[in-house]
Design a protein around this ligand. Structure first.
Ligand code: SAM
Length: 240
């Protein structure tokens, strides 16, 4: 009886790790997130339990993982991107540790870098940006810590920010970001229907209003590097 918290990658099923796929193909039960590629859920053995976590609270998911493991099953908890990047993987790991259940964490390809890369945007680029700051547009306990966000050259990567983009861009402008700061929103990154909108910060939310979830916003000078990267054909990275 054990649980593996497995990162499924950002959407493209080819972006799961070899270790993650190995565990998935050998499990007795898979408990999966909504954003996980359906092709990956299909990789579980024919007789395996397949449980979508939709509608379950975090507490209920924790209890489910513990109950399945205590029933003697090898469980894969398949999570979007990386389990520990805005994925509540830490909460699940703590619950398993406290219940005395053996578990392993298999890192995943996070949307953090994969989604910008799929859109032709490097998060850091020599001479342009050497720091990256991650923000969530939706925090359980309220707003991001805006006081710590300033225009210091770091690339900002905004998760779960699509619905609040107007307000978030407004906060950045109030905090001294130039209205002309290059910015982008990547919708459904790495998937066949990926869409990318590039705009100056002051008009980003308007330009991205039609995009669908999941979407990631990137703010900073690295966005402008995209033009140079896309001037050449990309190998191994999709950019539309
Ligand atoms: C709950 S967080 C999970 C992040 C995940 N653990 C990771 O490491 O990528 C979900 C957010 O990640 C971003 N995201 C995940 N997959 C994405 C994709 N394929 N394209 C764009 N954004 C994505 C969006 O901001 C979405 O609202």
């Amino acid at each position: 009886m054990s649980v593996a918290l497995v990162g499924a990658g950002p959407g493209d099923p080819g972006l799961i790790t070899v270790r993650g796929l190995e565990l998935l193909r050998a499990c007795d039960a898979v408990v999966h997130d909504r954003l996980v590629a359906p092709e990956l859920v299909e990789e579980a053995p024919e007789g395996a339990l397949r449980i979508a976590r939709d509608g379950l609270s975090q507490e209920e998911i924790n209890e489910l993982l513990i109950a399945l493991a205590e029933d003697g099953l090898e469980v894969v908890r398949l999570k979007g991107g990386d389990p520990y990047v805005f994925g509540r993987g830490g909460e699940e790991a703590i619950a398993l540790a406290e219940a005395g259940i053996d578990f392993e964490v298999v890192p995943g390809v996070s949307a953090l870098a994969a989604v910008p890369a799929a859109a032709g945007i490097p998060l850091t680029h020599r001479g342009v940006a050497s720091q990256v700051r991650l923000l969530s547009g939706r925090l359980a306990a309220g707003d991001p810590d805006w006081e710590s966000v300033r225009p210091d050259g770091a690339t900002l990567v905004l998760f779960m920010a699509l619905d609040e983009l107007d307000r978030i861009c407004g906060e950045l402008l109030v905090r001294g970001f130039a209205p002309t700061t290059p910015a982008a929103v990547v919708s459904r990154g790495t998937l066949a229907d990926q869409e990318v909108v590039v705009a100056e910060l002051s008009v980003l939310s308007e330009a991205a209003a039609h995009l669908r979830s999941p979407a990631l916003a990137i703010v900073g000078d690295v966005v402008a590097v995209r033009e140079r990267i896309l001037a050449r054909p990309l190998v191994g990275v999709t950019a539309r």
